[in-house]
Design a protein around this ligand. Sequence first.
Ligand code: NAX
Ligand code: K
Length: 248
Amino acid sequence: MGTYIKNSHTDFPKIDTLQMIEVDRLMVDEYHIGLIQMMENAGRCLAILTKERFFNGDVEGKNIVVLAGTGGNGGGALVAARRLHNWGANVKVFVTAEAKKFTPIPLHQYKILRRMGGSIQLASEINGQKSPDAIIDGIIGYSLKGKPRGNAAAMIHWANGQKVPIIALDTPSGLDLTSGRRFGATIDAAATLTLAMPKKGLFVEGVKAVVGELYLGDIGVPIELYREKSLGLDPTNGFRYSDIVRLY
Ligand SMILES: NC(=O)C1=CN([C@@H]2O[C@H](COP(=O)(O)OP(=O)(O)OC[C@H]3O[C@@H](n4cnc5c(N)ncnc54)[C@H](O)[C@@H]3O)[C@@H](O)[C@H]2O)[C@@H](O)CC1
Ligand SMILES: [K+]
């Protein structure tokens, strides 16, 4: 693999969504690491994985469509959109809802893209979009609640219909990160970049068909955090890693 992406030889603990939410809480409450810092790292890892794995390190002139929901998953994808744009890609962003529906930090990412003159369109305009060279899935992450509906479902169907590589952030939208269950429309990813620690649902029988290659992204979680009792992880489990590691 390249400079940023290594094969993993570590048997990482597999965590569930509740433990991931506890990681997020500890990051903010105990270590005062802001969500915006985690999101920037998530989006940078996503952009690097896209560039290195699918464009051999050069996205100059490549057409990349970024699909973003209104939460943290969308926020990470909007960071990736900004970085890929800076590296020369022709990025088009489609969002599931208008700006006022975005949560605060993802909205902050949205506004930066706007200030950069970025193309941000509503999901309803996606049917006119010609097939890109790759798609980034930042529609839904670990806060999936039941069967994808409305614009999210429409974007999932559109993306799957393009027959180009889809790189999913945290989970292919529509796949539940704890149970590995799919309730309905689910992104069929060529690769998935999950964040911080691998999630149980990505190792359930049969999910590899929609997860594709699975990577783990380093978003700067202090190694000591994983030893906090509230996480219930084996503190002796040594799982240092940097940047991006391929898990399968
Ligand atoms: N420490 C971490 O793991 C970090 C996680 N981050 C990202 O934040 C995500 C979690 O963010 P949030 O909790 O804001 O929520 P998500 O971004 O996972 O999901 C919320 C979005 O999904 C939509 N949605 C949920 N269920 C739906 C359904 N059935 N049909 C249609 N739309 C549906 C909501 O309307 C909303 O737009 C993670 O998956 C990850 O990608 C990043 O913010 C960086 C830090
Ligand atoms: K996703």
